[in-house]
Unconditional design. Structure first.
Length: 444
């Protein structure tokens, strides 16, 4: 007969099932060795570690005694700024637990997702004379402080400036705080944000808020009028200059659904006010109206990227539905749906192929300030922000990234996108394409 003892993590039936030796069969030392390896492999596949001690009685009874290894202690090293309790609350492996490699890897992922570390390793050291291991989470902190300042001057736009201050590991608590100010001729933007990744004992809930104040000068072109004396020939009126001011903020609650998946609920309020520079000008009364927008957005994100800032493998999938007006009140009512997917493939060391697909549409016509706007460094390079605008949009980006030196990366890219209104049809020939090469600098 074959007996199994000491196994609490894997059933006896499972272990006997991976063995070729059966009761009443002739004992073969080579086959026994192979079966012991199969039992050990079965444990490893489930993430556990165990020692196997076989014994054979005089009457031919084979006994496999398993010793399942446990955790003696859990240590943390390498955290100079981040508080130990911030890290430990993300670790589910505790002293006395059975060694579980899958759980240890989940711990590493959770620590990494705090956003304070560029590398998280787990060193496992045996305790002499015992069937126990000490787990040491070895951390490499990344630079989380943000300080950006730029000033420029041009004859067309005058003095332009940008300043951003923040920390993605504020006071060592893995919280994010950021302040941003931007100004240029006819434009200003001020933002303040805060994000707490851990709310409550379980750590499955996050909370964030943002407030903003924006102002920008825009132009509105009234429709051509018909002159009465020339058979209806149209005359083009002068564009109407106006200022759009926007103030508001949002509160976002996140909830972890699985290791790589989170759901979010965001409540946002945006108050837009428009004012013509010359109220007496023809068409000044027809400039886009502002109004108050109150919206609720439900979204979900699945993120398996190996690096949140410079991914070389994995994907990020997201989808959202924003509902404004109705029971929420406000002056604007609309529903906007968006989806995006990005994927990363490492061609060879230091070379990554990255792609992104994005699409969105408004169920009904979107207010001017909520319309999709493409162009610029984040969407279709080679075009200005807002060159493409509409109630619907599609976007595709492909990049080939290659490392030049530490913190310096070369990029070959191709972008394609289009935005159009609901009453218009999508046509491929109107898709805007941008391509080129660039250099990306990282100070993380």
């Amino acid at each position: 007969s074959i007996n199994v003892s000491g196994n609490t993590l894997v059933s006896t039936k499972e272990l006997l099932g991976v063995m070729a030796l059966k009761p009443d069969s002739q004992l073969n030392s080579n086959q026994l060795r192979s079966d012991l390896e199969a039992v050990g492999k079965h444990y490893h596949e489930k993430g556990y570690w165990a020692s196997i001690e076989p014994s054979l009685s005089e009457d031919g009874e084979l006994t496999l005694h398993l010793v399942e290894w446990t955790v003696a202690d859990v240590k943390i090293s390498g955290n100079e700024k981040t508080k130990a309790q911030v890290i430990r609350r993300a670790i589910q492996t505790k002293p006395g637990d059975y060694i579980n490699v899958n759980k240890i890897n989940e711990d590493r992922r959770k620590i990494y997702l705090l956003g304070a570390f560029e590398n998280v390793e787990a060193a496992v050291e045996p305790v002499p004379g015992k069937h126990e291991y000490v787990i040491d989470y070895v951390l490499t902190e990344r630079k989380t402080g943000i300080a950006n300042l730029s000033l420029a001057y041009s004859s067309a736009d005058g003095l332009m400036g940008f300043i951003e201050l923040g920390d993605q590991n504020f006071l060592g608590n893995a919280q994010t705080v950021n302040v941003k100010a931007e100004f240029a001729k006819g434009k200003s933007n001020y933002e303040l944000g805060f994000y707490e990744p851990w709310v409550g004992k379980s750590g499955k809930t996050s909370l964030g808020f943002n407030v903003f104040s924006k102002s920008s000068e825009k132009k509105y072109t009234p429709p051509a009028s018909e002159d009465e004396g020339d058979g209806g020939a149209g005359s083009e009126p002068d564009p109407v200059k106006y200022t759009e001011g926007r103030t508001g903020g949002d509160v976002t609650v996140g909830r972890t659904l699985s290791l790589n998946t989170k759901a979010y609920l965001r409540l946002k309020m945006d108050n837009a006010v428009t004012r013509a520079t010359d109220p007496t000008q023809e068409g000044a009364g027809d400039i886009p109206k502002g109004g108050i927008t109150r919206s609720l957005t439900v979204s979900a994100v699945n993120d398996t990227r190996d690096d949140l800032w410079n991914a070389s493998s994995g994907h990020r999938l997201s989808g959202s539905v924003e509902y404004a007006g109705g029971v929420l009140g406000g002056d604007n009512a609309f529903t906007r749906v968006e989806g995006e997917g990005s994927a990363y493939y490492q061609v060879r060391d230091g070379h990554v192929l990255a792609g992104r697909l994005s699409a969105g549409f408004g169920v009904n016509p979107l207010p001017d300030q909520e319309r999709f706007k493409l162009g610029g460094a984040e969407t279709v390079r080679g075009y200005k922000y807002g060159d493409m605008e509409g109630d619907r949009m599609t976007l595709a980006n492909v990049e080939y990234r290659f490392k030049i030196t530490k913190g310096l990366q070369g990029v070959v890219f191709c972008d394609a996108g289009q935005a159009w209104n609901a009453q218009d049809s999508f046509t491929v020939d109107q898709t805007k394409i941008g391509y080129g090469v660039g250099v990306r600098v990282s100070v993380r």
